[in-house]
Design a protein around this ligand. Sequence first.
Ligand SMILES: *Cc1c(COP(=O)(O)O)cnc(C)c1O
Length: 432
Amino acid sequence: MTFYSLTNQENTASFKEAVIAGIAPDKGLYFPESISPLPRSFFDTIEDLSHMEIAFQAIRQFVVDDVPDTVLKDILAKVLDFDFPVVDITPNIGTLELFHGPTMAFKDVGARFMANCLGYFSSNTANEEVTVLVATSGDTGGAVANGFLGVKGVNVVILYPSGKVSTIQEKQLTTLGQNIVALEVEGTFDDCQRMVKTAFLDGDITKVKKLTSANSINIARWLPQLFYFLFAYKQLKSKGRDLVFSVPSGNFGNICAGMVAQKLGMPVKHFIAATNVNDTVPKFMETNRYEPKPSTATISNAMDVGDPSNFIRIRHLYQNNFEELNQHLSSYAFDDETTKEAMKTIYAKTGYVADPHGAVGYLGLEKYLSNHPDVYGVFLETAHPIKFLDVVQDTLNHTPAMPEQIKKVMDGKKEAKRIGTYQELKTYLLSV
Ligand SMILES: *Cc1c(COP(=O)(O)O)cnc(C)c1O
């Protein structure tokens, strides 16, 4: 499979090249040159297939030139060793829980898949170490740190804003050691991101170090997210109802992967992109004008994105045809007060404890269902409520039990190097 850049389609790369580079040299996102539907029999018998078999068949066409089938199976076995249940909330609504992985947010699957692909590629290339450089506002860093831990030939450097991630998130970033280094930046997330971007363009560094990113721009982090939607379909097919998905969205990688699953032939009636007040896409879906803006801080902070990087992939999936996109996607924004009210309502009516991101997804679904009462709706629960403990406690007066994964990490000892300027990052990168 060839991938082309969305800036200039003449710039192409193999799967391997695209994974190692992250982004095309012209700064465009990579996109598969074709998406071939899976055979009908795949969907007819999906309830008899294991998660491994589903994932293997779904991703194979994208990676087959660079990852042999036996290696792909090994990678998927490592990536998919936890569950993805759909939990019924009401007769018309279920939640797809994506938080049963090691860091309890949905980014585990993509981060692990990318880590294992990169590890495989670098094991084939003598003396070619790769450095993954990533800025995080919270969840990405933990998932990336965990996914890449112990992967040979890959070093990971994570920048996070001092005092601006939760205690759990900080522990997840700073306690692992081995090939994972955490840099605690005196500044904001935007400062971290600026430093990372500067490093990618700094010839003094790229001359001597192979740098790559690990956010959902990278196809190896983005594409495996399509598994979630297939796993949900497998569980819901027997209901015999039209299916809609509501996805709490920030950079729009997850929902875009769902749309790829639809292109693979999965029956879905509609997608809903639910956002917090960072409403660039909901506004676009009203006006057909894309106007990015600086992000605003909210209680669903993993979605505080003012210029979602993957939305260009969604527009490309629909050939930049606004009418066509409108038939497949609705997008709604909700503020923090409304989100907290939804958390309370869900808890009071059903006993279910939703985190703020899941609650935004629920709100988007509720809005759509009010005009489409016959469909079955699934909202994605992208993080365990324990990861946003302060908000959950304040809003629900309830403390969820501490899961084992989190207990373990809370006992670890924090190790981070403090930096304040880009020059300090550069000196560090050149010294290791
Ligand atoms: C990253 C993240 C999101 C947003 O996902 P995108 O693919 O960037 O749209 C939503 N919820 C949680 C908990 C996240 O960590």
